[in-house]
Write a protein that binds this ligand. Structure first.
Ligand code: KIV
Length: 279
């Protein structure tokens, strides 16, 4: 590990508000395993999210149209991956996603679920989706010392209620629902909010109006930070990706090509050669 990585201070939730005040943009990526988390830490990514997107990209849960499905993800799934990420990442702020249902059965259940992500999963904060009745849950967790990141706009756990994974806030009514939810999250004490799948102009307006650091995904360039699913940005995802995804690598093709070369060398008898064999 480089000297710079060794000297870095672990990121705290208060850093995000300071970065917003200073106009300093920041990146968040998802991570689900020890190795990837270690590399992302070494790269200096300040926030890692153990997202319920693990359901699609790692566990292969898909909706009927082939898009990722987060609904089947359980608290045990998130805990399993959170523990691995926490072993690999020492500097980033670690945020664990509360999966569907785990925080919707009542305030005590939400506290228990969130508490497990901190106690057993090694996370420093949790994320949960939605406004409306979820605002009370956020306030309840924050009062009990559990930092909460909100998530508004396209909230994939509500895919069936939304009638598909579609951008939100495109009409006046939808936009004002998101505005109200953001005000509610701010008052309830959330420390940041993900804005997903909404018009760039709305995300820009919300970012300017709120003291909460906003982290965009499919919400334009004006958000304080940006997040992507790590498999999407590395080019590992099977099948089409949403319009907002930029691929920074093509690791899927590299994996397939390396596997083909290995297979060819095994079949031709050129692997292992003397260099890779014990004398
Ligand atoms: O689960 C996830 O990966 C997320 C991000 C897309 C924000 O919630």
């Amino acid at each position: 590990m480089s000297d710079q990585a060794v000297r870095r201070k672990p990121v705290q939730i208060g850093d995000l508000r300071r970065w917003k005040r200073e106009g300093r943009r920041f990146a968040m990526l998802t991570a689900y395993d020890y190795t990837t988390a270690s590399w992302l830490d070494q790269a200096g990514i300040p926030i890692l999210l153990v997202g319920d997107s693990v359901g699609g990209v790692v566990l292969g849960h898909l909706l009927r149209d082939g898009a990722y499905d987060t609904v089947p993800v359980t608290l045990e799934d998130i805990l399993h991956h959170a523990k691995a990420v926490a072993r690999g990442a020492r500097h980033p702020l670690l945020v664990g996603d509360l999966p569907f249902i785990s925080y919707r059965l009542g305030l005590d259940e939400a506290t228990r679920s969130a508490g497990r992500l901190l106690q057993e999963g090694g996370m420093q904060a949790v994320k949960l989706e939605g406004g409306g009745p979820m605002i009370e849950v956020v306030g309840h967790l924050v009062e009990r010392g559990i930092p909460v990141m909100g998530h508004l706009g396209l909230t994939p756990q509500s895919v069936h209620a939304m009638g598909g994974l579609r951008a939100q806030g495109r009409d006046d009514e939808g936009a004002s629902r998101i505005r109200d939810a953001l005000t509610g999250l701010e008052q309830a004490g959330a420390f940041a909010v993900v804005l997903e799948g909404m018009p760039s102009a709305l995300a820009a307006e919300l970012t300017a109006a709120t003291s909460l650091p906003t982290i965009g995904i499919g919400a334009g360039a004006a958000c304080d930070g940006q997040v992507l699913v790590v498999h999407d940005m590395l080019g590992l995802t099977i099948g089409p990706v949403p319009k907002f995804v930029k691929r920074y690598a093509a690791l899927g093709e590299e994996i397939a090509e390396a596997a083909r070369r290995f297979q060819a060398e095994v079949e031709s008898g050129t692997f292992p050669d003397p260099e890779h064999s014990y004398g």
